[in-house]
Design a protein. Structure first.
Length: 137
């Protein structure tokens, strides 16, 4: 695995991010994002690069001083298990800490990955997230 770096996304990355995320959206692993949405959200994104190539991304959307959401975490399938995802999560958590955000949530089907990154199903005091589905697909 070649070395990689993580940096904040730039407006110039929007088209590349859109192309990168497409297979994950098509596989129903991530929610779709329009170019307009990505234009609004790119300051939330971090990108992982190796040899000038986008290999992963994640976004930290800060809702309030109390809560942020780690979203759109994606790593090229052939580079999974090489620490890219974990490094992106750590960078998002550092960003949340620097912004004095108290809680970061992530919604994912990869529970072991997030548990290994220090997330848990409940917060101290037994706080839990609850969901209600308003429509059937």
């Amino acid at each position: 695995m070649p070395a990689f770096s993580i940096r904040p996304a730039l407006r110039e990355d929007i088209a590349t991010l859109a192309d990168f995320l497409t297979p994950f959206v098509e596989a129903e692993r991530l929610l779709p994002r329009t170019l307009t949405e990505l234009d609004d959200l790119y300051p939330c994104f971090l990108v992982a690069e190796s040899e000038g190539r986008l290999i992963g991304c994640a976004a930290l959307e800060i809702y309030s001083p109390k809560l942020a959401e780690l979203r759109s975490l994606a790593v090229l399938p052939e580079l999974r298990q090489h620490g890219v995802g974990r490094a992106l999560v750590a960078a998002c958590l550092e960003r949340a800490h620097a912004a004095n955000v108290r809680e970061v949530m992530a919604i994912s089907s990869k529970e072991n990955f997030f548990l290994n990154c220090g997330f848990d199903f409940t917060l101290p005091g037994e706080k839990k997230a609850f969901f209600y589905l308003t429509t059937e697909d």
